[in-house]
Design a binder for this molecule. Structure first.
Ligand SMILES: Cc1cc2nc3c(=O)[nH]c(=O)nc-3n(C[C@H](O)[C@H](O)[C@H](O)COP(=O)(O)OP(=O)(O)OC[C@H]3O[C@@H](n4cnc5c(N)ncnc54)[C@H](O)[C@@H]3O)c2cc1C
Length: 423
């Protein structure tokens, strides 16, 4: 690829999740220069956090590894991790973009030998596992981390540890690194910054913060994952109990004007998927699913049909009004059955809140001049050569995400080939 300063004609892809990777690869494989800017230390986004993904129920490595291999082979793609966009100015065909790059404190000399990681005792809350365990302050963010380079959380290190790390014999550590800025010129921009789990502690009646037995659907993904905090065993956080009964609370904060007014499209499918995680480990566990509607559009109907044949699963049409923590560590889920109009109080060992996907842009914002809708989803602006993709555009599954990311790549290629919107 051309030098970082001379990237005119290149496409900037912001966000290195499955949508950003798709857009980047589609554009690069037809010859475009592409720059990926990723906020975290690794590519892969939220898909890397899933235990398995529907409909095929394969581990995320099968989808991500192929993309990593394609990226490794493609000299047209340049990646900046731990990087965000600070400003965008200019016009289609010639945007000037300023990046801010956070220090990794690990240099390209790192041999990934891991001796630094084991030489210091310091730890901090593991964000990848939603704080359900800790990770060393010198760390690979997760087992599929790509690029496969260590990261150092300097704030979590003692002065003695910092001194020790500076002794790396390969010159792989540089504790004097600081925040850098970099300016690029690109022709068009794809915004693929994805989503964050809706903050469950904001849904007062579901009492997420009041009991370890109440978890979110993304926490369930990590509990079930072999690389997760319990090595894949689904146990109640806090006391480690093997759950004999589990309730899924659908639309937790979704389709609700006080929280997320839209349907996140995947939460019902995520629950059906997570029922299989439970069944694999606990054949006799009782499952309750509280829902408003069960939405599994199109090709997903079959998946739902199979899961609904589970004889130990009860589906209750009724919005959950309250979850009451109990002294034995369990919780009681309170709802009204909309079909029988009877009030239900169901005691369970664990409750899983099916929280929706909120666009990252709703939290972090977007550069000046970019457009978002009322919920924070980024609106494509073809006249300006700016396109949104994946869950930055709309809440969706991986299949839909990759489709609209391919479409965004095509539009961005057209702008870059024309040298601007009007040629
Ligand atoms: C509980 C649950 C289970 C799910 N299970 C499935 C499933 O089984 N099958 C399925 O098809 N879908 C599933 N999904 C949906 C799936 O996770 C999404 O479709 C997918 O993550 C969308 O990818 P994305 O690249 O758009 O966003 P993300 O995965 O969020 O990736 C966005 C990337 O952008 C980066 N980023 C964010 N902000 C910035 C910034 N300002 N600058 C630079 N980089 C930034 C992030 O760090 C991240 O790497 C599930 C969702 C949930 C909630």
């Amino acid at each position: 690829m051309a030098d970082g300063q001379g990237t005119t004609g290149a496409i900037l892809v912001v966000g290195g999740g499955i949508s950003g990777l798709t857009s980047a690869l589609e554009a690069a494989e037809v010859g475009n220069d592409v720059i990926i800017v990723e906020k975290s230390p690794t590519l892969g986004g939220r898909v890397a956090q899933l235990n398995k993904y529907f409909p095929k129920m394969c581990p995320p490595s099968c989808g991500l590894e192929i993309n990593y291999q394609r990226i490794k082979k493609n000299r047209k793609i340049r990646t900046y991790t731990m990087t965000t966009v600070k400003s965008v100015s200019g016009k289609p065909g010639n945007y000037e973009v300023t990046l801010e790059i956070k220090p990794r404190y690990v240099t390209c000399n790192c041999a990934v030998c891991g001796s630094c990681a084991s030489s210091v005792p310091d730890k901090f809350e593991n964000e990848f596992n939603f704080g359900m365990d800790e990770i060393g302050a010198v760390y690979l963010p997760h087992e599929m981390a790509y690029p496969r380079r260590y990261v150092i959380n300097k704030d979590a290190l003692s002065p003695e540890s910092i001194a020790k790390l500076s002794e790396c014999k390969n010159g792989g550590i540089d504790m004097s690194m600081s925040v850098e800025t970099k300016t690029l010129h690109v022709s068009s921009i794809i915004w693929a910054t994805g989503w964050v789990p809706y903050d469950a502690s904001r849904i007062d009646n579901l009492k997420y913060d009041s009991s370890d037995a109440i978890i979110t659907n993304m926490e369930m993904e990590r509990l079930a994952a072999p690389s997760g905090p319990t090595n894949g065993k689904i146990l109640r956080p806090g006391d480690g109990k093997e759950p004999e009964s589990i309730a899924f609370v659908q639309c937790a904060g979704s389709r609700d004007e006080n929280h997320l007014e839209y349907c996140s499209y995947i939460c019902c499918m995520a629950t059906f998927k997570q029922m299989t995680y439970i069944r694999e480990q606990y054949p006799d566990a009782q499952i309750y699913v509280f829902y408003i509607d069960l939405r599994t559009p199109g090709k997903y109907e079959k998946f739902r049909g199979q899961r609904m044949q589970d004889e130990k699963a009860v589906f209750i049409k009724g919005k959950v009004a309250d979850i009451i923590p109990e002294e034995d560590g369990g919780v009681t889920v309170v709802a009204e059955n909309a079909q029988t109009m009877k009030k239900i109080q169901q005691k369970v060992d664990m409750a899983v809140l099916a929280t929706g996907m909120q666009p990252s842009a709703a939290i972090d914002g977007v550069p000046e001049g970019f457009k978002t809708d009322a919920n924070g989803f980024v609106i494509s602006d073809p006249a300006r050569g700016i396109f949104s993709a994946g869950c930055a555009k709309k809440a969706s599954d991986v299949a839909t995400t990759t489709q609209n990311s391919t479409a965004a790549a095509l539009k961005a290629i057209q702008v870059s080939r024309r040298g601007g919107i009007n040629g």
